[in-house]
Design a protein around this ligand. Structure first.
Ligand SMILES: [Mg+2]
Length: 413
C-alpha cells in the first residue's frame, strides 16, 4: 500500500495570524486585503519584511527586503510589528487541530507540518474530501487559510503545497511529476539554493526537469553528495518517515539573520539573543542541560556545528552564553553567516540540582536574576526587558523563540 502524506502550510503565516487575531478582537477591516506587511523595527533601515499581504505583493514587495525599500514601492503600505507570542499560540492551535485527525504529525516549522494519513480508513478514495474538510475547518475555526500538498512522500507533498496560493489543495503524485514539477525553474526545487542554482544555470540546467534528466554522476561530480540529493528530489525520490521529534530530548533555537553576519561582536549578540529564549524555555520546563551545541549556516547553505559537554548541568543564561561564545569562536571559519543556532541536550529535571562546592554566591545571584527576568517577561511580555547590547544593533533581543524543538537547521525533511 502506498503512503498518503499531507504537507500543510499556512499562507503568509505571520500576517494571517495577525489579521485573524485582530478580527477576533473586533477589528472590522482585514489587513490581508490592504497593502500590509509584518516587519521588524520600522524605525531602523535594517527592519525587514517578514510577511506580506497579497495586495502588498502586487506592489512587487518581497519577503526579506527592507521596510524602507518596501515603503518606497508603496507609500500607503501599512507596517505591523511582529508578535511572536501570538505566532506561537496560533501555531499550536493549528497543530493541535491537525493532530486530532492524523495519527502521525511532524512539525517542520512554525507554520508547516507533515501529516501521515496512510492508515486512516478510506483515505485512498477520500483524500481530497479529507483535505478539503481540514482546510475549511482551519479557515472557519481558526480564521486563516492554508495550502495542502498531497503525495506519497514528504518531498513531493512539500513541493505541491507551494503551487498556487492561497487556500488551495494540490496533489503531486509520482505520475504527475513530469507535468507539474519538471517545467518549474531549478531554483524552485527544495534544497536548490541560490549558489547551486547559479552553477546549474552555467551548466545549462534551467528547470527541475533538466536536473532530473542530467546524469546523476555528473551532478555528483560538481556538487558531491548535494548533487545526488537534488537529482533524487528532481525525480521525486524521497523516503523519510513522518516522525514526531522525541519529547524534550533537547531545547533548541535557530535564527535566520536579517543580514549576513561577518564579525564576532554581532555573532555574539545573536548567540545571546538565542540564549535568552532557549534558557527561558528550559527554565519554564524545569530542566537543566549538560550538552551545548552551536550551529551555523553560511551563505552557501553549508551547515556545521560544534558541541561541548559540561560536568554540572546548568540553566543559567550567562553561563550558557559564555559556553556558546566559546563554541562559536572555536568553530567559526570566518565566512559570512546567514543562520545561527543553539541547542541544549542531555537534559535533567531541575529538582536534581544539588548545590555543589562549585556553586558560589555569584551563581545563586545569577539564578535569582534569571528568575526575576523570566517573571517580568511572563507578566509584561517578551520584550518588556531587554539587554542594552541590543539597542541600535538591528537584531532581535530574543531570537528564534518560534522555532523551538523543530528541526534546527531546515533543509532536511
Ligand atoms: Mg507558510
Amino acid at each position: 500500500m502506498c503512503k498518503m502524506i499531507f504537507h500543510i502550510d499556512v499562507n503568509s503565516a505571520f500576517l494571517s495570524w495577525e489579521a485573524a487575531s485582530r478580527i477576533q478582537h473586533g477589528e472590522k477591516r482585514d489587513i490581508r486585503e490592504i497593502p500590509c506587511v509584518v516587519g521588524g523595527d520600522s524605525t531602523s533601515r535594517r527592519g525587514i519584511v517578514l510577511a506580506k499581504s497579497i495586495p502588498a505583493k502586487a506592489y512587487n514587495i518581497s519577503t526579506g527586503e527592507s521596510l524602507f525599500a518596501a515603503k518606497r514601492k508603496c507609500p500607503v503600505l501599512e507596517i505591523v510589528p511582529p508578535d511572536y507570542d501570538l505566532y506561537t499560540r496560533s501555531s499550536k492551535a493549528l497543530f493541535d487541530m491537525i493532530k486530532t485527525l492524523a495519527p502521525s504529525v511532524q512539525v517542520y516549522s512554525i507554520d508547516e507540518c507533515f501529516a501521515d494519513l496512510s492508515t486512516l480508513p478510506g483515505i485512498e478514495e477520500n483524500f481530497m474530501d479529507i483535505a478539503k474538510n481540514l482546510k475549511d475547518r482551519i479557515k472557519n475555526e481558526l480564521g486563516f487559510t492554508v495550502n495542502i500538498g498531497i503525495s506519497e512522500n514528504k518531498l513531493l507533498a512539500k513541493m505541491a503545497s507551494d503551487f498556487k496560493k492561497p487556500d488551495r489543495i494540490h496533489t503531486l503524485f509520482p505520475y504527475e511529476i513530469e507535468k507539474k514539477m519538471w517545467p518549474l525553474k531549478a531554483g524552485e526545487l527544495f534544497m536548490a539554493g541560490r549558489s547551486t542554482t547559479r552553477k546549474l544555470e552555467r551548466m545549462g540546467i534551467m528547470t527541475i526537469g533538466d536536473i532530473a534528466r542530467t546524469d546523476k554522476e555528473i551532478l555528483k561530480g560538481y556538487f558531491k553528495k548535494h548533487g545526488e540529493t537534488i537529482w533524487r528530489y528532481a525525480n521525486g525520490l524521497e523516503d523519510s518517515v513522518v516522525e514526531r521529534p522525541a519529547e524534550m530530548k533537547g531545547i533548541g533555537n535557530s535564527t535566520t539573520l536579517p543580514f549576513d553576519v561577518t564579525d564576532h561582536e554581532t555573532a555574539h549578540k545573536v548567540l545571546l539573543s538565542l540564549c535568552e529564549m532557549t534558557c527561558m524555555r528550559m527554565r519554564q520546563a524545569k530542566k537543566m542541560g549538560r550538552v551545548f551545541s552551536v550551529s551555523m549556516k553560511n551563505n552557501d547553505f553549508i551547515s556545521y556545528s560544534h558541541q561541548k559537554k559540561i560536568f554540572h548541568p546548568t540553566d543559567s543564561t550567562s553561563e550558557i552564553y559564555s559556553i556558546a561564545k566559546e563554541l562559536f569562536n572555536h568553530a567559526w571559519k570566518g565566512e559570512p553567516l546567514r543562520l545561527l543556532g543553539l541547542r541544549i541536550t542531555d537534559l535533567c529535571p531541575r529538582e536534581n540540582l544539588q548545590l555543589s562546592f562549585f556553586d558560589s554566591d555569584s551563581s545563586e545571584k545569577e539564578r535569582r536574576l534569571d528568575e526575576t527576568v523570566d517573571q517580568i517577561r511572563e507578566k509584561y511580555g517578551l520584550y518588556s526587558i531587554t539587554r542594552s547590547a541590543f539597542l541600535e544593533s538591528g537584531l532581535k533581543p530574543i531570537a528564534g523563540g518560534v522555532h523551538s524543538d523543530y528541526k534546527m537547521v531546515s533543509g532536511h525533511l
